[in-house]
Write a protein that binds this ligand. Sequence first.
Ligand SMILES: *Cc1c(COP(=O)(O)O)cnc(C)c1O
Length: 238
Amino acid sequence: MTTIDNNLQQVMGRIAQACKAAGRDPAGVSLLAVSKTFGADAVAEAVAAGQRAFGENYIQEGVEKVAALRLLSPASLQWHCIGPIQSNKTRLVAEHFDWVHTVDRLKIAERLSAQRPEHLGPLQVCIQVNVDGGETKSGVPPEEALALAQAVAKLPRLTVRGLMSIPDHAPDFEAQKELHLRAQRLFLQIQASGVPGLAHFDTLSMGMTADLEAAIHAGSTLVRVGTGIFGGRSYPAA
Ligand SMILES: *Cc1c(COP(=O)(O)O)cnc(C)c1O
């Protein structure tokens, strides 16, 4: 068994354990393997171990990996863009990714919809929400999330799937959970809003290597795990 294979088993074990402790069905939590900064060979190893969904932060790097994996592996993979998107990168994202977790401006969503190729299905998107108010952070303030979801839902080539959040580092389980619960409350409010176009609003993307247990306790349906699967990254976020 390779290290990545072994790490994946461990992360899956953590997810199963957290679901049990939270009284949740493990089938309700999916694992996104965050492969940023790691090569196509590492992704191929994870694919061989059964992983199918991968998350990338840097658009160019992600697009190169999507192409490399098409040659390396016959498995059909799902690619999620989880990094900030500048206007000049929307076309690459619309053409190469299946999901985008980081929609926080209508203008970016409009470009993604306009540029989504006809031969691909709708791009699946989450609204990124800034639950702890850090001013330099990406994400809409919670009070603007419903209006943005409603506007994005009208775009023909996007399907609004839910919310994504990256709360600041918190010192312990309870503090982590408190931040994740803010995102969950908003998620449930939007689900209950009855706004048209949100029939597929079923995804709460939150939790990373350090806080996936707290996120699962707070209702996460998709955890994004990098370090826990691929190991420490040797170059930091741009
Ligand atoms: C890097 C990254 C992750 C994974 O973080 P780890 O701590 O390595 O698990 C998850 N989500 C986003 C948005 C990231 O940028």
